[in-house]
Design a protein around this ligand. Structure first.
Ligand code: DGL
Length: 262
């Protein structure tokens, strides 16, 4: 049995489109709906209850639109809310967490950097994953305070962003990391600048590919893989559609970017 109902995505803003694009690329016959809750960004500075309330609000919108599966395209919402979402709703949820495991397996220097939001780094889910996979290595956790705001404002490639990133990663370079985990879905848009700033020995790790593979596995196992020959993608922002449109225009055909109050 196939299902051409859309896959739903939500994030605190435009960042989750870095995950959405990986899923769209891997699963070209799926219709998708993306919610950018930019009005409430950043989630990373909010408390767990507020992040859960916002995640429930976004889930309700996606369910109303008939989604068959939801990708929580936000590390902060996943690490703070996905367990509760799975308790409340029967629909399958795929989450995203900082990829500590491949970093811990891949490091030769024994030092790994993790760039993520305050909300992710302080979550109990992150603490658990970290203690399982990274107890024998040095983990340098850094809050990317300010980065989400710059990306939301369309300043991804600005000098301001470059200078902030340089300051944030300097202590990690000093401590000889050879793996940098991007623990926020906004950050893959910073990879071009990061590649210029980091020594070539540092591998940058993000979780987009893993989420796309996991999405495919779940759709297959539940027999709800899409078969649309002309898949459609609708991306909604509750703030400003311009940055969302800019970041996604090259990713797929049949793409609409619209304003929605939610
Ligand atoms: N994209 C979100 C994440 O992956 C950003 C969090 C925020 O809004 O602070 O964590």
């Amino acid at each position: 049995m196939a299902s051409n109902s859309p896959i739903g995505f939500f994030d605190s803003g435009v960042g989750g489109t870095s995950i959405w694009r990986e899923v769209v690329h891997r699963l070209p016959h799926e219709n998708t709906i993306y919610l950018a809750d930019s009005k409430n960004a950043p989630y990373g500075e909010k408390d767990t209850q507020t992040i859960l309330d916002l995640s429930i609000k976004n889930t309700e919108v996606l369910l109303e639109k008939g989604c068959k599966l939801i990708v929580v395209a936000c590390n902060t919402a996943t690490t703070n809310a996905i367990d509760k979402l799975r308790e409340i709703y029967a629909i399958p949820f795929i989450g995203i967490e900082p990829a500590i495991k491949p970093a811990a397996l891949g490091t030769k220097s024994g030092a790994v950097g993790i760039l993520a939001t305050k909300g992710t780094l302080s979550s109990s889910l992150f603490a658990r994953t970290s203690s399982v996979f990274a107890s024998n290595i040095k983990v340098i956790e850094t809050m990317g305070t300010g980065l989400v705001e710059l990306i939301e404002a369309g300043k991804t490639n600005s000098m301001e962003t470059r200078m902030l990133l340089e300051k944030l990663i300097a202590p990690m370079i000093e401590r000889k990391i050879d793996q940098l985990v991007l623990g926020c879905t906004h950050y893959p848009y910073l990879i071009p600048i990061l590649k210029e700033l980091l020594p070539p020995s540092v591998t940058i790790i993000d979780s987009g590919g893993a989420v796309a593979r996991q999405t495919e596995n779940i759709l297959k196992s539940r027999k709800i893989l899409g078969e649309s020959q002309n898949a459609r993608h609708t991306l909604y922002s509750n703030l400003d559609i311009e940055v969302l449109a800019q970041l996604t225009s090259d990713a797929a055909k049949n793409l609409r970017v619209e304003f929605l109050e939610f």
